[in-house]
Design a protein around this ligand. Structure first.
Ligand code: XMP
Length: 326
C-alpha cells in the first residue's frame, strides 16, 4: 500500500535525523526530479537548504521563469540563480559536433555550479555553519542503469546536468533513490508543486544545444524556442502530452529549402517533430499523433516562425534512431 504522503513523512524524518543543523545545497535543473527532491528536503529542514540554478541559456521558452518564479513561489525555497547564458554561447561558438557540444556544456556547467557552490559555502561560514550535504534527484532507474554507480551507461555521453561534479566533498542525499518517475510525480503533486513542473517531460541536460543540428547561435535558439513552444502548447491542448513520453523539436539549421510564405519566395530551415512513446527511453516508438494535430502545429509554426518553411515528422523508432537527433 504505497502512499505519497507516507513516503513524504518517512523521508522528512530521515532527512532531519541525518542532516541535523548542517547546511545543504541542491542543484535545480528545471526538471521534475531535482524539483521534487529539493522540495522534500526543504520540508524537512527549511532554510538550511539553498538551491542553485544555472541558466545555461539552452532551456525552452518559459522554463527559466518557471524555476525562478513559479517554483520559488510554490515552495519558498532559497534560490541562487546564475545567468550564464552568454558564457555558454561564447564557449559553444562555431561548435557543431554533438559530443563536443555535450562536453563543453557539461564542463561549463560544473565550473559555473562550483562557483555558486563556493558562495553558498562562504555564506554558511559567515553564520558559523558548514555545508555538509548535496541533494540529488537520482531515481531508481538511474541507479539500475548505471549499475549502482555514477554516470549513466549510454551511447551518448550523458552529462547529467543538474547532477554534479565528481570530486564532491559532500555527502549525498538522494530521497528519490527507490522511486520510479510516476511515483515522483505523485509526490510532487502531494507536495503542492505546479503541474508545469510535475508533468514536465524528460528534457536532456544539454537542452536545446543538442536540438540545433549545426552550430548554436542566439537567433537559432530563439527560433527553436518559439517552434517548440507552439508544438508543446498544441500537444497539451489536445491532452496528448501525458501520453507522449517526450517530443523533441529539432532545428535543422544547416539545411535550407525553398518555400512560399505570404507572397514571397523564402529559403528557410526545416523543423522536425519527434514525438515518441516509451517506458524508459531505452527503446521508443514514434507516437501516432493525430494528423489534425500535426496539421495545426505545422500551420502555426510556419505562420509564426518566419524563418521556417517546412515541418517534418520523424517516424523512426529507437532503435535504430535515438530519441534525440544528436
Ligand atoms: P537518446 O537520444 O539517447 O535519449 O535516445 C534517451 C533519453 O536521454 C535523454 N538524453 C539526455 N539526457 N543528457 C541528459 O541528461 C544528455 O546528454 C542526453 N542525451 C539524451 C533524451 O532526452 C531521452 O529522454
Amino acid at each position: 500500500n504505497w502512499s505519497a504522503s507516507g513516503i513524504i513523512e518517512d523521508q522528512i524524518a530521515k532527512i532531519k535525523a541525518e542532516v541535523g543543523d548542517a547546511e545543504v545545497i541542491c542543484g535545480l535543473s528545471g526538471g521534475v526530479d531535482s524539483a521534487v527532491a529539493a522540495t522534500l528536503v526543504h520540508r524537512a529542514i527549511g532554510d538550511q537548504l539553498t538551491c542553485v540554478f544555472v541558466d545555461h541559456g539552452l532551456l525552452r521558452k518559459g522554463e527559466v521563469e518557471q524555476v525562478k518564479h513559479d517554483f520559488v513561489k510554490a515552495t519558498g525555497i532559497r534560490l541562487i540563480a546564475v545567468d550564464a547564458a552568454d558564457d555558454f554561447l561564447t564557449a559553444l561558438k562555431g561548435v557543431s559536433e554533438p559530443e563536443r557540444k555535450r562536453k563543453i556544456i557539461g564542463e561549463k556547467f560544473i565550473r559555473t555550479f562550483e562557483k555558486a557552490q563556493r558562495q553558498v559555502i562562504e555564506e554558511a561560514g559567515a553564520k558559523g555553519k558548514e555545508v555538509k550535504f548535496l541533494v540529488q534527484g537520482t531515481l531508481y532507474p538511474d541507479v539500475v542503469e548505471s549499475g549502482g554507480g555514477d554516470g549513466a551507461a549510454n551511447i551518448k555521453s550523458h552529462h547529467n546536468v543538474g547532477g554534479l561534479p565528481k570530486d564532491i566533498k559532500f555527502k549525498l542525499i538522494e530521497p528519490l533513490r527507490t522511486l520510479f518517475k510516476d511515483e515522483v510525480r505523485a509526490i510532487g503533486t502531494e507536495l503542492g508543486l505546479p503541474d508545469s513542473i510535475v508533468w514536465r517531460q524528460p528534457f536532456p541536460g544539454p537542452g536545446l544545444g543538442i536540438r540545433i543540428i549545426g552550430d548554436i547561435t542566439k537567433e537559432r535558439l530563439d527560433l527553436l524556442r518559439e517552434a517548440d513552444a507552439i508544438a508543446r502548447e498544441e500537444l497539451s491542448k489536445e491532452g496528448l502530452d501525458r501520453d507522449i513520453w517526450q517530443c523533441p523539436v529539432v532545428l535543422l539549421a544547416n539545411v535550407h529549402s525553398v518555400g512560399v510564405q505570404g507572397d514571397e519566395r523564402t529559403y528557410g530551415s526545416p523543423i522536425v517533430l519527434r514525438p515518441v512513446s516509451s517506458e524508459d527511453a531505452m527503446t521508443a516508438d514514434w507516437s501516432r499523433v493525430p494528423y489534425d494535430v500535426l496539421a495545426t502545429i505545422s500551420t502555426r509554426i510556419t505562420n509564426e516562425c518566419r524563418q521556417i518553411n517546412r515541418v517534418m515528422l520523424d517516424c523512426t523508432s529507437k532503435p535504430p534512431a535515438t530519441i534525440e537527433w544528436e
